[in-house]
Design a protein around this ligand. Structure first.
Ligand code: C5P
Length: 227
């Protein structure tokens, strides 16, 4: 089977990672969640007091970028490629609402993007990869064979995210999740470096009314046309 690059971009909590994971598994491809990498940098910044309610110490973070090592290791128990920050498993910590609140301003910093984009391009050099994020089809792999741009209404996305967080035991309100999603949408689409935008050759995929199964079947069908 031919190996291609599948780039899945879109707004926060559109369910990109769920379907990207399923697709990678079905095709025997590697799955990379680039949002996890930006989240890991945000977690690092939080732990070093480089970001807070009203501040970002951009220069201090830039000085420490070389100390940040992010990688993924497959957990054989749940078959999930979990994120590691400097050797520590941070898969759970990076999904908190607190990290969600700081990640988009951190992801708007060009030097952070440069570091992570370089790593992502190396990860996909051999193709056979499904990568999801905000700039995969536009910046990381502009020549990806298949590009998908996912969207759904902010309310629908907030509802899904709220259910995920409360199922984990996080005490959050629906309103705070919706507010966070709207704020991230705003920062992600208006930042100067690599704003979230649909690549011209990406296929628009609105999944507001599709079940997870339907999304997977549709995307698998599309992928098989290219392989
Ligand atoms: O995908 P996820 O919601 O986990 O991503 C968290 C944040 O990381 C996004 O809101 C966005 O600010 C940033 N991000 C990015 N570029 C990517 C992936 C994520 O700027 N390729």
């Amino acid at each position: 089977m031919k190996k291609i690059i599948i780039a899945i971009d879109g707004f926060s909590s559109t369910g990109k990672s769920t379907v990207a994971k399923q697709l990678a598994k079905a095709l025997g491809y590697v799955y990379i969640d680039t949002g996890a990498m930006y989240r890991a940098v945000a977690l690092f910044a939080m732990k070093h007091d480089l970001v807070g309610e009203n501040f970002i110490k951009k220069q201090d973070l830039e000085d420490k970028l070389s100390e940040i090592q992010i990688n993924f290791k497959l957990n054989l128990k749940n078959d999930i490629a979990e994120a590691y920050l400097n050797g520590n498993n941070v898969e759970n910590d990076i999904r908190s609402l607190e990290v969600s609140q700081f990640v988009s301003p951190i992801a708007a910093i060009s030097s952070v993007r440069k570091k992570l984009v370089e790593q992502q391009q190396k990860m996909g050099a051999e193709k056979g990869i499904v990568m999801d994020g905000r700039d995969i089809g536009t910046v990381v792999f502009p020549k990806a064979e298949l590009k998908i741009f996912m969207n759904a209404s902010a309310e629908k996305r907030a509802q899904r995210r709220y259910e995920e967080l409360t199922a984990k035991g996080d005490k959050v309100s629906y309103e705070s999740v919706l507010k966070n999603i709207e704020e991230r949408d705003h920062i992600d689409t208006t930042r100067e470096d690599s704003p979230l935008v649909k690549a011209k050759d990406a296929i628009l995929f609105d999944n507001s009314v599709l079940s997870k199964e339907e999304q997977f079947e549709k995307l698998k069908g599309l992928a098989l046309e290219y392989i």
